[in-house]
Design a protein around this ligand. Sequence first.
Ligand SMILES: *Cc1c(COP(=O)(O)O)cnc(C)c1O
Length: 369
Amino acid sequence: MPKVFETTLEINLPALKHNFEVLKAKLNTDTLFLAVVKAFAYGSDADVVSNYLQQLGVDYFAVAYVAEGVALRKAGVTKPILVLHPLVKNLGLAIEHCLEPSIYSLKLLQEFEGIAKNLNQNNYPIHIKFNTGLNRLGFEPEELDLVLESLKEASSLKVKSVFSHLAASEDFEEQEFTFAQINLYKSLTETFINGLGYPIIKHLCNTSGVLNYPEAHFDMVRCGIGLYGFGNSEKETKNLIPVACLKSIISQIHQIKKGASVGYNRAFKSISDIETATLPIGHADGIGRHFGNGVGFVMIHGKKAPIVGNVCMDMIMVDVTNIDCKEGDEVVFFDASHSAEKAATNASTISYELITGISQRVKRKIVTT
Ligand SMILES: *Cc1c(COP(=O)(O)O)cnc(C)c1O
C-alpha cells in the first residue's frame, strides 16, 4: 500500500470492479444496471468512478441533482443519466446536458413539459416515479389516471421508465411491508404501461433490494452502497470490498501527565501518564463530533488508538500510549479490514453517512492496482 503524507481518501478501482461484478452476478443477464453516483459517488470521486463504471459496462447512471449530472457530462460520461430529485429551477439545464429527470409530481410534469416544448424537444426521455410507501417523492397511486392524461397531451416528452423506491429493503423485520410495496408497484406499473401503450423500463430495487428481493429486480436495478463495498448486513458485506480507505499521518506526539487535560473544554482528563498523537483531520473533514471521547478510534501499526477528548475542526488527538509510533507515521481511519460500516455503527450512524461526509478538503487518490 502506498504511504500517504497528508489526510487522504484512497479510491480503490479494483475493489469497485469486484463489487460491480458481485452485484451483476445476482442479476439475470438481461437486467440493466444503473449505478447511483450521487453525492460525489458516495463521497469517493464521481468523475473517476463514473468513467470507470462506464468502461465496465454500466447501462445507466443516477445522481440526485441536476448540477451533479452536469459535472458527469463534463467529465465525459455519455451513458444516460437519471436525475432523481430535479428541482424546477434547473430543468432547462437538464435538457441542455441530456439529463433525464425523475418526474414525481403534476407540477413538475407541467413545468418540464413547458420547458421541453420551448426548447423544441420531441420525445424527451423522462422517468415517472410513484410513491409506494416511502412517502418521500413520487406520484400517489390515486394520481395514476391524471398522470396518464397529462402525458397523452405532452408530445415533447416520452416516458422511458417507471420506478419506485423501497423503504426498508435491508430490514428483515419489515419484509411484509416490502412485499406490499413490491405488489403495489407491480399492479401500478401494469396499469400504467397498459394506459401508456408502449413498453418502458421498470425498476424498484436499491442495493439491499437486489440482495434480498431477487423476485423484484424487474428490468433494471439501482445500486449505490453495494458498489462502494457495503451490503447493509454482515453476511452481504463480507462478499464486497470497501472502495474507500481513509488515511492520515501523525503530526505531533505529546506526553500527557496524570491530571492534565487534552483538547477543547478539557473534555478528557488523564488519570495516568499517557502519550497522545495529534492527527490532521477533524469534523470539517467528516469525522463528526460523535466520534470523540473514545467512541471512534484509528489504527496505527495495526493497533487501536481511541480518540481522546472532543473532535476539533481540523484535528483529533488519539491515545498511543501502548503503540510504538512517531511523527509522520501512517494512521488508518477505515479501510478494507477496518470498515467504515463498523466505525459508523460504533458511533450510532450508518456507512452511508460516514463515507458521504468525508469533505472535499480531503485529498482523493485513485488506486488502480
Ligand atoms: C440513493 C438511491 C438509491 C441507491 O441506494 P443504495 O442503498 O445506496 O443502493 C437507489 N434509488 C434511489 C431512488 C436512491 O435515492
